[in-house]
Design a protein. Structure first.
Length: 364
């Protein structure tokens, strides 16, 4: 069944309890200004409550205290319809023509404003549909409170889209014209069971080339054996191709901050792509009692000049981090080190990403 407008309404069945959640997420990036914005909504319809989170990053930091703007409230009234979200904190999300078109407006007490139209460049990629994802039904859903092979009325769709409009941050207005990946999901989530350790990576090179990868992460394993590609796609010249489970991936961390990624992915055509990136902006993201993540654009450079950007998120339940740190002689750094040190890279003159040091994607 197609992931269509119906899936942007509430999906909770009559028997859904307090653990059932409905979520939608929109990231907005302004690479030339080194700004990254995340807009996240989580509703528990059986409880009648909504959680909103809006964060604006302007640097790479390990604390939310350095964000340019942060507004979070987990105790808001749930909207009557999930296609028209109006929040008391000043956020509105309108599904103008789901699953393709959305309007986002946000006015905060400190003067921060966001006014954008979001237009998806593709229909949502359904990770539970084998016609979309080769691993559908075999790979675990990293978000839902489900074991591998279990089946419930859960859903998760990703779509690369373009956001255009304006933002005001700290009194300065910015023009928004960015391409990124939004997602929509629903299902049961026990805060102490859902949220399997993972890295979520997107890389965007324009309307003709974009990637999205969900990678399971074993924090106890060393590179290059720590990752497994769960689901993903490449949007190549207007066509969307699922990614297979063939993955080569390493990551480096400083504590809980990811400092570099090197990955090679393969789509269903057998076409391979190598992506390398280091962060230039981001901050910790906390979307649940058991989750800690660092999220930032990982801008990349490919095939000549052009505006390019991407996003990386990783999640590690606190219980998992604690278990890993308790292993004698090991911590998150030794568990996640590269087999070999990365090659030094030099920033090119005129680089629009002044904090970026490693940015390549190489079709192989």
């Amino acid at each position: 069944m197609a992931f269509d407008a119906r899936h942007f309404e509430y999906q909770n069945p009559p028997e859904a309890d307090h653990l059932w959640v409905e979520t939608i997420l929109f990231p907005i990036v302004i690479p030339e200004a080194n700004l990254y914005t995340l807009i996240y909504t989580n509703v528990r319809p059986s409880l009648g409550v909504m959680w909103n989170q809006i964060m604006v990053c302007g640097s790479l930091t390990d604390t939310r205290a350095e964000l340019l703007h942060y507004n979070e409230n987990p105790h808001l009234p749930a909207p009557a319809s999930f296609t028209r979200i109006d929040s008391p904190i000043g956020l509105s999300i309108d599904a103008v023509d789901a699953p393709r078109k959305f309007r986002i407006d946000y006015v905060a007490d400190d003067g921060t404003e966001i006014h954008v139209d979001w237009v998806n460049l593709m229909d949502p990629f359904d990770i539970h549909d084998p016609q979309h994802s080769p691993q559908a039904g075999a790979a675990p859903d990293i978000h839902a409170d489900l074991e591998s092979g279990a089946h419930k009325s859960v859903g998760h769709g990703d779509a690369t889209g373009r956001a255009t409009g304006t933002m005001i941050v700290r009194g300065r207005e910015y023009v928004v014209d960015s391409i990124e990946r939004m997602d929509r999901s629903w299902g049961p989530r026990d805060p102490m069971k859902a949220g399997k350790p993972n890295h979520i990576v997107s890389a965007t090179f324009g309307e003709d080339l974009a990637f999205h990868m969900i990678c399971l992460w074993n924090p106890e394993a060393a590179n290059p054996d720590a990752f497994q590609l769960s689901h993903g796609y490449v949007m190549d010249d207007g066509e969307v191709y699922g990614l297979t489970d063939e993955l080569e991936m390493t990551s480096t961390h400083l504590g809980m901050v990811c400092t570099g990624i090197d990955m090679t992915v393969t789509d269903v055509r057998g076409k391979k792509f190598r992506l390398q990136a280091t962060p230039n902006v981001g901050a910790p993201l906390d979307r649940g009692a058991d989750r800690y993540g660092a999220q930032r654009p990982d801008a990349v450079d490919v095939r000549g000049p052009g505006r390019v950007w991407g996003r990386h998120e990783y999640s590690a339940p606190v219980r998992v981090e604690s278990e890993v740190r308790a292993i004698p002689g090991r911590d998150t750094r030794t568990c996640l080190r590269l087999s070999d040190p990365p090659e030094p890279r030099v920033r090119r003159a005129g680089d629009p990403f002044p904090m970026l040091r490693s940015r390549t994607i190489i079709p192989v």
